[in-house]
Design a protein around this ligand. Sequence first.
Ligand SMILES: [Ca+2]
Length: 276
Amino acid sequence: MKKLNFFNSVTASFVAVLFMAFLLFVAGCGEKEDPNGGGNNNGGVGVPNLGQNGSGNDGDEMTIKGIECVLVKAGTFTMGVDDYFYYNVHQVTLTNDYWISKYEVTQAQYQAVMNTNPSYFSGENNPVESVTWFKANDFCQAVGGRLLTEAEWEFAARGGKKSQGYIYSGSNTIGDVAWYYGNSGVSTHPVGQKQANELGIYDMSGNVYEWCSDWYSEYSGGSAVTNPTGPSTGGYRVSRGGSWDFDERYCRVANRSYDPSFSYKNLGFRVAFPRK
Ligand SMILES: [Ca+2]
C-alpha cells in the first residue's frame, strides 16, 4: 500500500509536472501565433497589403490577380447633373475604400481567365467588348472581385477625393482623356493611351462603355444616400462612360446609360475589389 501510495504520489507529481510543461508549451504556442493572424486566406490571390505595394502613386496602386488597380478612398460627393439630361443631383456617401482596375478589362485579361474572347475588334490590349452583363459579372467573380456600383463608378470617374470637378474623367477637354466618336476612327483603342484622371485611372470616359452592377432606375428625388446599390430588380443594367461610337455628351462623368442583357461592340467593363 505504502509503496503503492508512494508510487502513486511520484506518478502524480510526474504527471503534474508533465501537465504544467504541456500548459506552458501551449501558452508559448499561443503567444507566437497571433501577430498577423486575421485569417488572410487569399489562396494566392494578390489581396491588397494596404499601401505596401511600392508601385507608385503614394502606395495607392496594387496588382490584384494580374490586374493593375488603384485605391479609391471612401468619401462623399455630389452625384448627377442638372442639365438637359436631368439626372437628379443628390449627395452620395461611400463609406468603404475600394480598388478599381486602372484600365478597362483587356482582351488578354479576359482570355486568360475565361478562355475565350468575344470581342468584335482585335487587339490584346484593347478593352474586351461584346460581353453581356452576366459575362462581365462572371469574370469579376472568377478573379475574386465584382462589378462597380454605379455610385462607385461615378465617384472614381470624378477623381474621388482628388476631384478637380472636370466634365469628363480627368479633363474638360474630351480629346485629352477619351476615345469617342470624334477621334476614335470608329474603333476601340488599346487601353491607357489617353491621359489618366486625378486618381490615375484611364479611359473612364470613352473607349468602351462599362457595365455597372446596378439595375437602372431614375434617381429618386435629391435626398442623400449612403452606399447606394440601385433598385433590387429591373429591366436594364447601368452602363457608364460613353464609347468610341458616341459623342462627347455621353462621355461625361455624370452621364447615365442603360442596356438590356445583351452584348455589343461598344460595351465592356472594369473590375473592383474590396479593400481588405
Ligand atoms: Ca470606358
